[in-house]
Design a protein around this ligand. Structure first.
Ligand code: ZN
Length: 392
């Protein structure tokens, strides 16, 4: 996949017009894309590590980073939790799992569109796993992609209730006219993920104390941002995204000032460390900005877990010869992590002879099957018009 590059302009960007109190020295700085070099990233990690030397100091720093993310994302304080008015329909039953089309209102009239994958033939209550997606486009992009369907179906077959949901301007959101260039994309997608936890916790068959999240690329960004700001996440697996030198190439990842203010500088490696001491899996590859993970990001994060006495709760699986994406091999790295930490049942899916989690039972669906709204289920007239600025 082509890398996004915004490095040239990165140091010149500021988040918003300066208020009366702000000067060019105190205004937050946007760290977009390749904002700094790999060696700059290593130096920055050293500066950041020098700000704490024990758990209490780290926890103070973690609180400040969490506050900076929410403030930068314009989610401080968090918006009111308005009624979700969840819609769950069109149940399709397959081998060991079912799929339904599901939507809820993250804000009144603003829909999050998704699919709910549920186990069949197992007894609940089940853990829930959120599956955000990355920026792969096309007529069946985002949550509609076969890769994403394999991930969700296989986790459901092992006993998880899985919610897979659109970024703004992808999948069904795109189908209804929304554009990913929406100025509030980072704000809305982070809020959508918080509300997605509310949604799965509202389901009768979900054990709300076991919540996983995993996504790749832009979905990896959503994964570590949600984990950082919401302590209901109990197991987190950001895939090919956690990097100290790359901040995410899209405005939905780095278009708001969550990384650097006059008071505090951070990067995505440290944001991922806010998962501590909860189980965290970093999947990285040689072919993108996660190429240094085993020697740069992972040791930094592991040191923080070590302060909790939980160094064994963070793992890194690295594929030096592989490229960006959440293909079969990367999924094979994630499945045992979720099995272990969310207590899934891999029987009938994991083959002990081949040591492979079998995905051949996945029934790949068409976009029309996956949509929540169609000719039989018309789009609500109360839905906000595409592009609307959402009141928070
Ligand atoms: Zn984006």
């Amino acid at each position: 996949m082509q890398l996004h590059r915004f490095a040239v302009l990165a140091t010149l960007f500021f988040a918003c017009p300066l208020s009366a109190e702000e000067t060019s020295e105190t205004a937050p700085t946007l760290c977009r894309g390749h904002y700094h070099s790999e060696s700059d990233a290593v130096a920055q990690l050293k500066r950041m590590a020098a700000t704490y030397s024990n758990l209490a100091q780290w926890q103070d720093r973690a609180t400040a980073i969490r506050k900076q993310i929410l403030t930068g994302a314009k989610l401080m304080p968090l918006p009111e939790r308005t009624p979700l008015k969840a819609i769950i329909r069109k149940k399709r039953e397959y081998e060991g799992y079912s799929v339904e089309s599901a939507a809820f209102e993250a804000r009144p009239g603003f829909y999050v569109y998704g699919n709910l994958y549920r186990p069949m033939g197992k007894r609940g209550p089940f853990p829930a796993i959120l599956c955000p997606h990355g920026h792969a486009t096309g007529p069946a992009g985002g949550r509609l992609r076969p890769d994403q369907q394999h991930r969700c179906a296989t986790l459901a077959r092992m006993g998880a209730v899985v919610f897979s949901y659109d970024m703004i301007g992808f999948g069904e959101s795109l189908h209804h006219g929304w554009n990913h260039q929406h100025k509030q994309a980072l704000t809305l997608q982070t809020w959508d993920s918080i509300r997605a936890i509310d949604f799965v916790q509202s389901l009768d068959d979900v054990d709300g104390s076991r919540i996983g999240v995993t996504g790749c690329s832009g979905g990896g960004t959503q994964t570590f941002l949600l984990t950082a700001v919401d302590d209901r996440v109990t197991a987190s697996a950001p895939v090919v995204m956690v990097s100290a030198h790359f901040f995410g190439g899209c405005h939905c990842e780095s278009g708001m000032p969550i990384h650097k203010t006059a008071q505090l500088e951070t990067n995505n490696a440290e944001i991922a460390a806010l998962a501590a001491p909860r189980p965290l899996l970093l999947v990285s590859v040689g072919g993108d900005w996660t190429k240094n993970t085993p020697v740069v990001e992972y040791p930094y994060i592991r040191n923080i877990y070590g302060m909790y006495g939980k160094a064994d709760q963070v793992e890194n699986v690295h594929y030096p010869g592989r490229k960006h994406g959440y293909q079969f091999l990367k999924r094979q790295a994630m499945y045992p992590f979720m099995v272990k930490h969310l207590k899934l049942d891999p029987s009938g899916v994991f083959d002990e002879n081949t040591e492979v989690y079998d995905e051949t039972a996945t029934q790949i669906e068409s976009p029309e099957q996956m949509y929540v709204f169609d000719q039989s289920h018309p789009y609500p007239s109360s839905a906000l018009k595409p592009g609307t600025q959402i009141a928070l």
